[in-house]
Design a protein around this ligand. Structure first.
Ligand code: ADP
Ligand code: TYD
Length: 210
C-alpha cells in the first residue's frame, strides 16, 4: 500500500487539565461529519494490557513507583497500543487521533521527573516502532489554570503539584521549538469554541489542503 492510502496520525499534548479531551472530541466529531474514517485513543491505556498498566501507573496505591519504572511502564503501554491499534489502523487508511503520545513521556518523565532526555528519546523510538505523528497540537495553559480546572479526585501524577506541572510545560515549550514543523502551539487559555476554531484552521491547512 502506498503512503497516500495511509491514514494520518494526529496527537494532542499538554499539561493536566489543558483541555485536550474536550478538543479531541470536537475535532473527531467534525471529521466524522466529513465522513472520514477516524478512531480516538488515549494514553496510557487503549488496549487490554495497556489499561492494566494504566491502572498500576495512576490508580493503585503505588507511591513508591520510581521515575524510570514510570517511564518504562508508560512506554510499555505505548508499544502495545501502537502494535495492536495504531499501526493496523493507519495501514488500512484510518485516521488516528490520540489524547497523548510519545511527547508526554519527554515532558512528564523528562521535564517533570528530570530523567535524561536522550534515554527517553531512544526508549520512545523503540516503543513506537519509530512512529512519529503527522501533526501534534500542544494546548498551552498556565499551571495555575490547570489546577483550577481539575476535579477533586486527583490521580497519582496530578498529585505531583504545580512545580511539577511547570517543568512539564517548560519541556513541552522546548519540544515545540525543536519540532516546530510538527508541533503547533495552541493558546489553551481561550474559550473552548475559539480553541476549536484555531485547531480546525491549522488542521485544514496542514492536513486537508495538501
Ligand atoms: P484534559 O483532557 O487536558 O485533562 P479536559 O478536556 O478534560 O482536559 O478539560 C478539563 C476541564 O476543563 C473540564 O472540566 C473541561 O470542561 C474544562 N475545560 C476544557 N477546556 C476549557 C477552556 N478552554 N476553558 C475553560 N474550561 C475548559
Ligand atoms: P489522564 O487522566 O489520562 O490525564 P489527562 O486527561 O491529563 O491526559 O492521565 C494521564 C496522566 O499520565 C497525566 O498526568 C499525564 C501522565 N503521563 C505521563 O506522565 N507520561 C506519559 O508518557 C503519558 C502518556 C502520560
Amino acid at each position: 500500500m502506498s503512503d497516500l492510502n495511509k491514514g494520518k496520525f494526529i496527537t494532542f499534548e499538554g499539561i493536566d487539565g489543558c483541555g485536550k479531551s474536550t478538543q479531541v472530541k470536537m475535532l473527531v466529531k467534525k471529521l466524522e461529519q466529513l465522513n472520514m474514517d477516524v478512531i480516538t485513543i488515549r494514553e496510557p491505556g487503549g488496549t487490554r494490557i495497556s489499561e492494566s498498566i494504566r491502572d498500576v501507573l495512576l490508580y493503585r496505591d503505588t507511591h513508591e513507583l520510581g521515575g524510570r519504572t514510570e517511564a518504562l511502564l508508560m512506554t510499555a503501554s505505548r508499544t502495545q497500543l501502537t502494535k495492536e491499534i495504531i499501526l493496523p489502523a493507519l495501514d488500512k487508511g484510518t485516521w488516528v487521533i490520540a489524547d497523548r503520545y510519545a511527547d508526554s513521556t519527554l515532558a512528564y518523565q523528562g521535564g517533570g521527573r528530570k530523567i535524561d532526555l536522550d534515554s527517553l528519546e531512544k526508549l520512545n523510538q523503540f516503543a513506537t516502532y519509530d512512529t512519529v505523528p503527522d501533526l501534534t497540537f500542544f494546548i498551552d495553559i498556565l499551571p495555575d489554570e490547570g489546577v483550577k480546572r481539575q476535579n477533586t479526585k486527583l490521580d497519582r501524577i496530578e498529585q505531583a503539584g504545580i512545580d511539577f506541572q511547570s517543568r512539564v510545560r517548560g519541556l513541552y515549550l522546548k519540544l515545540a521549538e525543536k519540532y516546530s514543523n510538527r508541533i503547533v502551539v495552541i493558546n489553551g487559555q481561550e474559550d473552548i469554541e475559539t480553541i476549536h476554531k484555531n485547531i480546525w484552521k491549522e488542521f485544514e491547512q496542514r492536513m486537508l489542503e495538501k
